[in-house]
Write a protein that binds this ligand. Structure first.
Ligand code: COS
Length: 386
């Protein structure tokens, strides 16, 4: 008798506080930041003050000690208004602080986590490379052991790394080849690399069509030296840690999809109630009413799938299949709602001053980032025994 779709008072208050913040503080700035392709340091600071950093990190390390449902609610409410700010939070918490908390030793957790739970520092996830995207085991970045100094020397590059190239970036978890496994495949390990490491160049990437005010970087490692104590987890367990991190990350990307879909639906409902053609609001024309009905139905289905996956995660039950399904489905619903919303807005939906246009662009990332829709289908197909 524990089945519940009920959002209790504590969850409703969290939703309300993030929604109010997103509408009042982010909403009025989102268009301008998007237009200038500018990362906002002051919004990041304010999101830190609101408690959106270190969400799932326990309070003993300075975190907020939230569970996954709370975290998903927070990301969803940000994404309802602006994908870029939601991306900063989702990437930092799931991919940045997450692996440090789950795999770091006590010393590493105490050293790195507190400053990542306030909004004063960001941590990035260095997995993707120019030649290793969907095939994440194909890393070319190498770390070679220098026994004389008990150091590892990293050479290579990473691309499209969120939160990696701004002044708040404190460090990056970097997957690198450290040898060869008995089966002939690369042995992959993860290193903690400080943002100011000698030989590391961090370059901000520009010209994105979406998430334009989130920070995206390209990283170049040129004989970057880290001590042996910089291993995150054990040598050779890097790929497994990266994959588990992505399992968790799918929940927050799904939350971004659901939030964006809800935002697009809200905007479209409002517009369709005000805009008149043929003597009545367009929402009263069946062609538009059916669009809205379809959007609302898909949003409801996406919500059910995502919150089930988040509940499984926080109950400690297998959740990976549902997380991949939620990521896949929520991103498709986001794109559907943004497109149908834009269609309903007609010519206005093509204008940048209308937020539906930004939602339309932001939605595209969701079916590509943190594992494409094709990769989600691959993962799901493996879980169902294909
Ligand atoms: N959790 C734990 N371990 C996992 C895992 C997971 N989710 N997925 C794979 N592994 C383990 C496997 O069990 C296997 O371990 P053994 O070598 O001990 O048997 C190992 O990792 C290799 O697994 P597999 O052979 O299945 O890996 P593939 O090369 O076939 O790749 C996919 C698997 C495609 C799922 C992976 O490459 C992937 O997720 N790609 C997308 C990457 C991505 O999302 N990039 C975007 C990053 S933006 S932040």
């Amino acid at each position: 008798m524990t089945y519940s779709f009920h959002e209790n008072e504590e969850l409703m208050m969290l939703r309300e506080s993030v929604r109010t913040f997103a509408e009042k503080e982010i909403g009025p700035r989102a268009h301008d930041l998007d237009e200038k392709e500018e990362f906002s340091y002051d919004l990041t600071k304010k999101m830190g003050e609101l408690g959106l950093f270190g969400t799932i990190v326990p309070t003993e390390y300075g975190g907020q000690g939230m569970d996954y449902i709370q975290y998903v609610i927070a990301v969803e409410e940000l994404a309802r208004v602006d994908g870029s700010q939601a991306a900063t939070i989702a990437a930092h918490n799931s991919l940045g602080a997450g692996p440090l908390y789950y795999y770091g030793n006590e010393e590493q957790k105490k050293e790195y986590l507190p400053s990542l739970c306030t909004g004063e520092g960001l941590w990035a996830f260095g997995l993707t490379e120019p030649e290793a995207g969907s095939d994440a085991q194909a890393s070319q970045t190498k770390a070679v052991y220098d026994a004389a100094n008990d150091e590892w020397v990293i050479n290579g590059s990473k691309i499209w790394i969120t939160n990696s190239a701004c002044d708040l970036t404190k460090g990056i978890t970097v997957q690198a080849v450290t040898g060869q496994q008995a089966n002939g495949r690369a042995e992959l390990s993860c290193f903690i690399v400080p943002a100011d490491a000698k030989g590391l160049t961090r370059k901000e990437m520009h010209g994105k069509m979406m998430w334009r005010s989130s920070n995206t970087g390209e990283l170049y490692f040129d004989d970057v030296r880290v001590p042996s104590s910089a291993f995150l987890g054990k040598q050779g367990e890097g790929f497994k840690m990266m994959m588990e991190t992505l399992d968790n990350g799918r929940l927050s990307i799904a939350a971004m999809g659901l939030g964006l879909a809800k935002g697009a639906l809200d905007l479209t409902l409002k517009y369709a109630g005000e805009r008149k053609t043929f003597g009545k609001p367009i929402a009263k024309h069946q062609a538009v009413a059916f669009k809205l009905a379809e959007m609302a139905t898909r949003v409801e289905a996406a919500e059910g799938l995502l919150y089930k996956a988040a509940w499984l995660k926080q109950e400690g039950k297998p959740f990976q299949k549902q997380a991949a399904m939620a990521k896949l489905y929520c991103s498709e619903v986001a794109e559907y709602c943004a497109r149908e919303g834009q269609q309903t807005f007609g010519g206005y939906g093509l204008m940048k001053e209308y937020p539906i246009e930004r939602h339309y662009r932001d939605a595209a990332l969701l079916r590509i980032g943190e594992g494409t829709s094709e990769i989600q289908r691959l993962v799901i197909s493996r879980y169902i025994g294909c």
